[in-house]
Design a protein around this ligand. Structure first.
Ligand SMILES: *[C@@H]1O[C@H](CO)[C@@H](O)[C@H](O)[C@H]1NC(C)=O
Ligand SMILES: *[C@@H]1O[C@H](CO)[C@@H](O)[C@H](O)[C@H]1NC(C)=O
Length: 332
């Protein structure tokens, strides 16, 4: 584990008081944020295991049709490529994304019905895309399966809260020992089964010791459940705002989740264990539960188990800060 002085300071502050350790830009500043297409993961578990660089340093291709996109991200070619997406790509189809790729959305770039599927790959970045209405018969908004080092950042994913909760599946799901994952600054909304990590009660042999995932600075609004639901793995959920949900963080099957610096508003069950034969665990530090109750068994994970540096807003800053900074708001 890499312990830097900054990290030591953050830990000391985090345990000593609820005072925010680092303040980010002004509350609710809903501005376009400048970024570059070659940026690499700088936060969460995706910074580990050699880091997540996607297509940085590789060729740059701009696509505006589904056929062009499918060819550009083809998993048969693992060379580094930055694939810049323009406009709306539609279809009831899953597109497989190969290793060493960055998928970068220009302003408004949208996958309408099109699922992104990262299977048996490594080192993939997806930033600034909108994903909507990917039907369960197609797949998930983004599905990560048997893959390592994936960073999903500044995306917006949604469907609609229709009566049939199974018409859509997950917005971002991960399974089969996927590992070293970060989901940051992402806006999830209007969806029932939001983010499932660990697809099956019976997959402990493969998943135990893997499924390490960070959720940082995300905004979850008007969702049913799975914010996330995590089996077997290790989770770190921080600086996230949850508004109007039935259940949010569900820790299952011996999962350990560190939950800190989050705010929940009108969330019936913010942190719990349910729907599994074997419970999971959470350690909750400085969360505003909005008057609701954390019912998950207390786990053993601590800030010193987290192998990367991180900055906490403090739960009192989250509601005013996170919604304005999450979603596909980057400009390149
Ligand atoms: C990704 O790129 C690196 C560096 O070029 C290369 O070593 C690696 O084999 C690539 N990944 C895959 C899965 O081919
Ligand atoms: C609270 O959240 C529920 C969904 O869990 C929603 O139906 C309800 O309208 C919300 N209440 C308010 C006051 O927004």
């Amino acid at each position: 584990m890499r312990v830097t002085p900054v990290f030591a300071v953050l830990c000391a502050l985090a345990s000593a008081s609820p005072t925010p350790t680092v303040k980010e830009s002004p509350a609710g500043a809903n501005l376009q944020k400048r970024a570059t297409i070659s940026e690499v993961a700088t936060l969460g578990y995706a910074t580990q295991n050699g880091g997540t660089t996607g297509g940085s340093g590789g060729t740059v291709t701009t696509v505006s049709t589904l056929a062009q996109f499918t060819e550009a991200v083809d998993e048969k070619d693992a060379t580094a490529k930055i694939v810049v997406v323009s406009g709306t790509l539609s279809g009831d189809v899953n597109v497989r994304i190969g290793s060493n790729k960055s998928v970068i959305g220009l302003k408004g770039a949208t996958f309408d019905g099109v699922g992104l599927y990262i299977r048996r790959q490594s080192n993939v970045i997806v930033r600034n895309i909108i994903s909507k209405n990917v039907k369960a018969s197609t797949g998930d908004g983004i599905k990560i399966d048997e893959s390592l080092n994936v960073w999903i950042d500044h995306c917006e994913l949604y469907s609609e809260l229709i009566a049939d909760k199974d018409y859509y599946d997950g917005l971002i799901d991960a399974s089969h020992a996927a590992d070293w994952l970060t989901i940051s600054y992402t806006y999830f909304h209007d969806h029932w089964k939001t983010s499932l990590v660990g697809h099956s009660e019976n997959n402990g042999d493969e998943d135990t010791g893997h499924l390490r995932i960070t959720y940082a600075n995300n905004y979850w609004k008007d969702c049913g459940s799975r914010g996330p639901s995590l089996r077997f793995g290790t989770g770190h959920v921080y600086n996230s705002y949850y508004l109007n949900m039935d259940s949010a963080i569900n820790t299952r099957q011996n999962a350990q989740i560190l939950v800190q610096s989050n705010a929940f508003s009108n969330v019936t069950s913010p942190i719990m264990t349910k729907d599994s034969d074997i419970v999971g665990y959470a350690v909750a530090i400085d969360n505003d539960l909005g008057g609701a109750t954390n019912t998950a068994p207390v786990g053993t994970i601590t800030a010193s188990d987290i192998p990367y540096t991180f900055s906490l807003l403090g739960s009192s800053q989250v509601a005013a800060t996170v919604p304005g900074q999450a979603g596909a708001i980057l400009s390149f």
